[in-house]
Each structure stands twice: as C-alpha cells, then as structure tokens.
Design a protein around this ligand. Sequence first.
Ligand code: URA
Length: 481
Amino acid sequence: MYHAEMPVIGTAEAWRCAARGFLAQGIPPEAILWNSDGTAPDLFASQARPPPNGDIQVPRGFVALADKVVWHSDPSRFSRLYAFLWRLRAERGLMSDRGDADLARLRQMEKAVSRCQHKMKAFVRFRELGNADAPRRSFATWFEPTHHTVEPTATFFARRFADMDWRILTPDVAAIFEGGELRFEPGHPRPELPQDASEQLWITYFRNIFNPARLKVQAMQSEMPKKYWKNMPEAAAIPELIATAPARARAMAEAAPTLPPLRAARVQARLPEANPHWQGPAAELPAAINSCTRCPLHGPATQAVPGEGPTDADLMIVGEQPGDQEDLVGRPFVGPAGQLFDQLATEAGLPREAAYVTNVVKHFKFLPRGRKRLHQQPNGSEIRHCQVWLRAELDQVRPKLILALGATAAEALLGSGKHILQRRGTIERRVDGTPVLITLHPSYLLRVPDRYLRERATEDLRADLRLAADWLVQRETLIEP
Ligand code: URA
C-alpha cells in the first residue's frame, strides 16, 4: 500500500506531482491511500516520484478540472481524481462523456469550489489594523470558507488590493500579503479584529442597494448564505430591512408619479416665458450665478450660492435658499439644516456626494437683527427671477429624480407649494415629465417646538429619503414602464 500525504498549503502542486509519479510507475488507484491531515508536502516522495522526463500526457480539460477539485473539502477528492486519471489512460473521450457518473461528481465538486471562490470574493470584509508607523495601510479579515479556497483565490485579492498589506485568516490557512509578496501560513483560531469605520459604509451601501419590492428572502439567503453573516457588517441591517420591506414596497407603489394639478401645469408652462433661457457653456454656470443681479437679494448677500455635486447625478436635491452659513461659505446645505439633512440622507442610503444639491433661490434673504441675520422666505417674484438658474442646472444635470425640500422647492418645480404636509411622500411630475418627490425641509424639523411633532416630522423625512433611495434603485423595474 502506498500513502500519499497531501499538504494543506500547496495542495494542487503536491497532488499533481504525486499523481504523475504514481501513474508513471503504474500504481493502480486501489493501492494508494490519500491523506490530507498532514502538512509536509513530500511525505509520499519516497514511495512515488514523477518520471525523470515528466512525459505523462493528460488532457488539458482534466488539468483544469483537477486544479479546482483539489480544493474541495471532501476527503475523497484526491482518490476520486486519481481514479479518474487512471481511467483516462485507456478511455479516450472520457472527458466529454456526460453520462459518466465519476465525471459528473467531479464536475459537481468543481462547481462547488468555483461558487465558494465567488462567495469569498464577494463576502470578505477587511478591517483596518491602523498601524500608523507602517509604510502601507494594513488590513485583516477572518473568513470561514466551505472549501479550501484561500490559496486559489488569494491572487484575486493580491491584484485587487496590491497597494496595501492584508491577511485573510481562516481556520486552515492564512494568506498574507506584505510588501507586495504573497505567502501562506497554517491557519489559527479566530482572532480579535478591530471594528473600523468602513463597517458603517458597508451598512449604508447595503441599505442603498437593497430593493424592498424585489425581496425574496430565500433567494437572498441562497445568494448570501447565513453562515457568512457573522463576519459581514452589513448583515446587521438585514433583519430590519426584511421586516420593513413590505411597508416600504407599498409606499413605493403608492408614491408612483401622479400628474401635477392642472393649475400647476399652467404656471409651470408659463415660467419659461417669464424667464430667459441661460445658454452659456456649462462650466461657466457657477460664475454666471455668482454675478447675478436679477433681483434685489444680491445686494445684502455675501455671495450667491450655486448648486454643487456631480453634473451627471441621478438625484437632484432642491432646497429653498442659502442660510446664514451657506451665504458665508458659498456652498449649499452646510449649516445646521444641511448637517441634519446629510445625516438622515446617509442613514437612508442616499449619500449626499452622489447627488447634485442646489436651492431655488441662490442668494440669502434675511432681516438684520443686531448681529443676527434672520431668515426670510423668498417671495414669488424672487423665485421667478431665480428660475433661470434652476432651469440651467436642471438642463445640465437632467436628473432621474428631484427631491423637493419644502414648499418653496415644490412651488418652483411644480408650480404649487401648497399643502406640503399632505403632498409629502408622493411623486409628482414636472411638465417635462421629470418626477419630483416632495418632502419636508430639514429646517422645519429644527423649528418645530413640540418634541413629539418633531420626532414625527423626522420620521417622515427619513421615510421620504428612503423612498427616494428605493425609487432610484428601482426606477427601471417598478415605476417606469
Ligand atoms: N436651507 C436651504 O434651503 N438651503 C441651504 O442651502 C441651506 C438651508
């Protein structure tokens, strides 16, 4: 009897070498005991060596198959492969015999390993180790793959994360990438790893891509099996997302775009006549807004505040006008209302950086009171004078969805700013067809004196922001025909 001890590290190479040696010496499958408990790569070497000239001919398809199957967790994998290889010598065409039970089992194992590699690429979550003195950033992760996939998958991570040091720790093997060199070491028990800031990012990202109307719990669990959840930060959000999915899907269906009221359509249609169309080059728009003197608001204001964000954003967020801090800094939504909005939007999976953020009126309208400047709501004439800039921004960005914060935004975008509390959470269309989701202005939340009403309003805004996030993920499938 021959014994072939397969190492945990370098298994593929060791199996190939041993199999060629046994085959060259004509040793039949039943005379070999394959073992994978040890770590020494060449225990078998005294019993079977590869032939000196290495001229064993093996179909290329089998080499690729064996290169996957050796990483399967089934202890019989080595003997199955060798038995099949033994048969291949005499049975030409065996590799393409779909009815062969041995080949079918090996193909199953090959598939299982590929699937496990795919899961590993998708579900490994690195945590930063935070060693400030190290020349490269350093990360580690604990992962428990179903099969022995660390070694064959490590090159993927080496390519993807070539500029950092990392280690993937598993019960069997550790893959360590340091200074651009990849090596493998025996595995060890689960270590304590630091929490890190990227966990919140993962949760936000997951909330963002989670589509409540498409939730199929079983399919989701088969795609992201529960065994991986404990090492994935975003999995913490799954129970809540599943529990709230039916209500969120209902809200999306109810918020399907409605036609704007007739009067609003007339007002919107007239607006372009009242305003010239700004037709300068896109890059000059902020400067053009900055030099605007179309209404008296430019006088006391420090500067105009143009919109900001990607000009190809799917979402455009429209507020009322810059506040005290925005006027000083020259950027929209940086004061208390903006900070509250950013927090709620991020929680809802709508990161502000991905949206184009602007205001209906570009100059701060205020009443001086000692050292304070008290916010004043813009009137219809000021809104109309500023339409030229909002339209230019809309033309430039061509958003898929507009989020109208409060009455002034609803008025400028839809022709009516009335009954916001009833209209919030619904989507109306502009005359050009662009959907506008109406919601509360964050500064309303800061002003409501009653705690209970404030909490309710915050919940409402939060729900509308989630609706916007869902709608954007979903627009081609549920709402847009
Ligand atoms: N409120 C707004 O409507 N816009 C801002 O930019 C800040 C506060």
